[in-house]
Design a protein around this ligand. Structure first.
Ligand code: DP6
Length: 360
């Protein structure tokens, strides 16, 4: 088994004065949800997600050698302009990953980042943002150690991304990504995301995710606080076991392409996630009235038309509408006719399954 200590490098073969890289990394949407964690960003249960394609973060990283004064040194730009309020999160990230990247204090970094989706859309940018930064840092390490294998590169990128934000480790490589040790998924690990290793039916190729922007406001409860509330949660143990079961259930579904069974798992996972929020202490609700309106409209449409469309939710009010490519025309028409009215300013984003981070 691979251990975290395997990613602590010994000595680098090269020295390098300065350079720059650019990577883009997508967001991802979990089918089986990560909710609850242990120390060091170790998940309480395994999760699986579809990697997205359109919603992504593009990050440029410039680096130049400096005298090591024992501090991290970096500038953070968002859409080309300094963004002080993002710096503490990056500082914390660098502290967490320093043991794996002993060169960090030898360089000054300029991190220039932007998202393809609107800033305050309520779409979390932590997954794509942390993944894009992790990819860039791995490119620096690869320059210091050109003998590095691709497997090491991507595993370590995912491990670093995880330390930035758990779900970010699923935004590195692959279309269907598993994170967290699961008995029946070979190679699965708590340390990094892995590409789902078994057969995936054509029904899931080009799978569509239309994100309905119900509420773009700041969340009242952050994911970090939510995860924390799973400690001492009355249903935590059962929930964590259920995530293992649901992943097991998905294995034959991915292979057969049985969308009816797929829908049951995915919608149940979304509602369970929110049920955990509603039953924690303190309890909270992130869904909005329009979230429920949309869910009910999807159920009605599915019943009446037998179209294999379903929803999932993140830690927020927005609704991800999931459906196969073959139903695209019908579902988009349905969204325009019946769901747009529930979206803030009529906004929604059409996305689909992608492949992971790309070096630009
Ligand atoms: C509801 O990855 O944002 O989206 O590790 O604290 O950064 P941190 O949490 P984060 O949690 C995401 C939770 C979720 C479910 C999921 O993506 O699996």
């Amino acid at each position: 088994m691979i251990a975290a200590t395997d990613f602590i490098p010994s000595k680098y073969s090269q020295t390098i004065e300065s350079g720059n890289f650019q990577w883009s990394a997508p967001s991802n949407i979990a089918l089986v949800k990560y909710w609850g964690k242990k120390d060091n960003q170790i998940p309480a249960n395994p999760s699986v997600s579809f990697t997205l394609n359109t919603c992504k973060t593009i990050t440029k990283l410039a680096f130049a050698k400096k005298i090591n004064t024992g501090n991290f040194s970096f500038d953070l730009l968002f859409e080309g302009k300094p963004k002080e309020e993002f710096k503490p999160k990056i500082q914390k990230f660098l502290e967490r990953i320093e043991i794996y990247m002993p060169f960090l204090k030898d360089y000054h970094f300029t991190i220039d980042t932007e998202n393809t989706f609107p800033h305050s859309s309520g779409i979390a940018s932590s997954a794509s943002g942390m993944a894009a930064l992790a990819m860039n840092l791995m490119s620096v390490e690869k320059a210091l150690n050109p003998a590095m294998t691709d497997d090491y590169f991507y595993q370590k990128a995912s491990l670093l991304a995880r330390l930035g934000s758990g779900s970010a480790c699923r935004s590195v490589k692959g279309s269907v990504v598993v994170w967290g040790n699961q008995a029946n998924i070979e190679g699965s690990s708590d340390l990094f995301g892995v590409e789902y290793p078994y057969a995936i039916h054509d029904n899931f190729k080009q799978f569509q995710d239309t994100i309905l922007l119900v509420d773009k406001g700041e969340k009242q409860v952050s994911s970090t606080v939510g995860h924390d509330l799973m400690h001492n949660h009355p249903f935590a143990e059962r929930r964590f076991a259920q995530a293992h079961e649901n992943l097991d259930t998905l294995i034959p579904i991915f292979e057969s392409g049985n969308l009816e069974e797929f829908i049951k798992v995915v919608e149940s996972e979304a509602l369970t996630l929110h049920a955990m929020m509603m039953t924690s202490m303190p309890y909270f609700i992130l869904m909005k009235p329009n979230t429920l309106q949309i869910i009910n409209a999807i159920w009605k449409f599915r019943n009446e038309t037998k179209t294999p469309v379903c929803f999932t939710l993140d830690a927020g009010a927005n609704v991800h509408v999931l459906y196969p490519k073959s139903s695209q025309e019908k579902v988009l028409q349905f969204i325009k006719d019946e769901l747009v009215g529930y979206c803030q300013n009529g906004q929604y984003i059409c996305d689909e399954i992608g492949i992971g981070a790309i070096r630009n």
